[in-house]
Design a protein around this ligand. Structure first.
Ligand code: CAA
Length: 256
C-alpha cells in the first residue's frame, strides 16, 4: 500500500495512517480502496481489538479529491458508484478511533464521522466546505453531522462552509475529547488499547447496538439492544466476567 500505512498491531491496537501529505491527505479513489482493504484486513485479524485511524499534523484529510472529481459527470459517478469504498467502511465491526489533527474537511470529516470515536488535537479544524465548491456533502455529512451536533449547528456548518475549532466540536459533541497536539496519537492509542482489553464480543455487540440507534425508532432500538444483551449470556466471557466479580478476582476474557 502506498497511500495508507498500516502499523503492526501492538497491545491489540493497529494504527492506520493516511499518507498523502502533498495533497493534505485528500481522499482519492485509490486511497479509499487501500483504506477499505486495510480496515477489512484488520477487522479479520485476531491480534487486533481496536483500530486508530489518523493523518498527519497538518491534516487528517482535507476532503474528497477535488481534482479527481472536477471533470466527472453525474453519469460517471453513478456508474463508478463513486462512494462505494466509503460506504463499505461502516461494515467494519471493530471499533475505530479517529485521531484528528489539522484540517478535517468535507469528505475528511465524513470519514472521521464514519469512525466510532473522534479524538481531536487542539489544532483540529472541522468543516463541510462543499457549498463553496457549488455542491454539498455527499458522503454522509448531512446525515451524520446532523445526528452528531443537531440541526441548527449542522445547518450553519453546511450552509456557510465555515469550519469550527476543536473546542467548539467538543462542546457540540462531535468529538469526545481534545488534547494537546503532541498527546494526540498516544491518547488515541491509549483509548483504543483500553477498548481492545475489554471482552471482544461484548465490544462488538455494543458498537453494533449504538450504531443501530441511528437507524431505528426508540422501540426497535431498545428491542435490538435487548437481543444483543441476552445473546451475550451465551458467551464464556459473560460467565467469566460475572464469576470473577462474585469471586473478587480479575476476569480472564477470551472473546468467546
Ligand atoms: N482535493 C484535492 N487536492 C487538495 C484538496 C482536496 N480536497 N485539499 C487540498 N488539496 C491540495 C491542494 O490543491 C494543494 O495541492 P498543490 O500543491 O498541488 O496546489 C495541496 O493540497 C496543499 O493545499 P493548499 O495549497 O490549498 O494549502 P493551504 O494551507 O493554502 O489551504 C485548505 C488548506 C484550506 C485545506 C485548502 O487546501 C482547501 O480549501 N482544500 C479544499 C477543502 C475542501 O473543499 N474540501 C471538500 C472537498 S469536496 C468533498 O469532500 C465532497 C464530499 O462530500 C465527499
Amino acid at each position: 500500500m502506498t497511500l495508507v500505512e498500516v502499523g503492526a498491531p501492538e497491545a491489540g491496537v493497529a494504527v492506520v495512517r493516511l499518507r498523502r501529505p502533498e495533497a493534505l491527505n485528500a481522499l482519492n479513489a485509490r486511497l479509499m480502496a487501500e483504506l477499505r482493504e486495510a480496515l477489512f484486513a484488520l477487522d479479520a485479524d485476531d491480534r487486533v481489538g481496536a483500530i486508530v485511524l489518523t493523518g498527519d499534523e497538518r491534516a487528517f484529510a482535507a476532503g474528497a479529491d477535488i481534482k479527481e472529481m472536477a471533470g466527472l459527470s453525474a453519469v460517471d459517478m453513478e456508474y463508478a458508484d463513486h462512494f462505494v469504498d466509503w460506504d463499505a467502511l461502516r461494515e467494519v465491526r471493530k471499533p475505530i478511533v479517529a485521531a484528528v489533527s489539522g484540517y478535517c474537511l468535507g469528505g475528511g470529516l465524513e470519514l472521521a464521522m464514519t469512525c466510532d470515536i473522534i479524538v481531536a488535537s487542539e489544532t483540529a479544524r472541522f468543516g463541510q466546505p462543499e457549498i463553496l465548491l457549488g455542491v454539498m456533502p455527499g458522503a454522509g455529512g448531512t446525515q451524520r453531522l446532523t445526528r452528531a451536533v443537531g440541526k441548527s449547528a449542522a445547518m450553519e456548518m453546511v450552509l456557510t462552509g465555515e469550519p469550527i475549532s476543536a473546542e467548539r466540536a467538543r462542546e457540540l459533541g462531535l468529538v469526545s475529547r481534545v488534547v494537546a497536539k503532541e498527546a494526540l496519537l498516544p491518547e488515541a492509542v491509549r483509548l483504543a488499547r483500553t477498548i481492545a482489553s475489554r471482552p471482544r464480543l461484548a465490544v462488538r455487540l455494543a458498537k453494533d447496538a449504538i450504531n443501530r440507534a441511528f437507524e431505528t425508532t426508540l422501540s426497535e432500538g431498545l428491542a435490538y439492544e435487548r437481543r444483543n444483551f441476552y445473546f451475550l449470556f451465551a458467551s464464556e466471557d459473560q460467565k467469566e466476567g460475572m464469576a470473577a466479580f462474585v469471586e473478587k478476582r480479575p476476569p480472564k476474557f477470551t472473546g468467546r
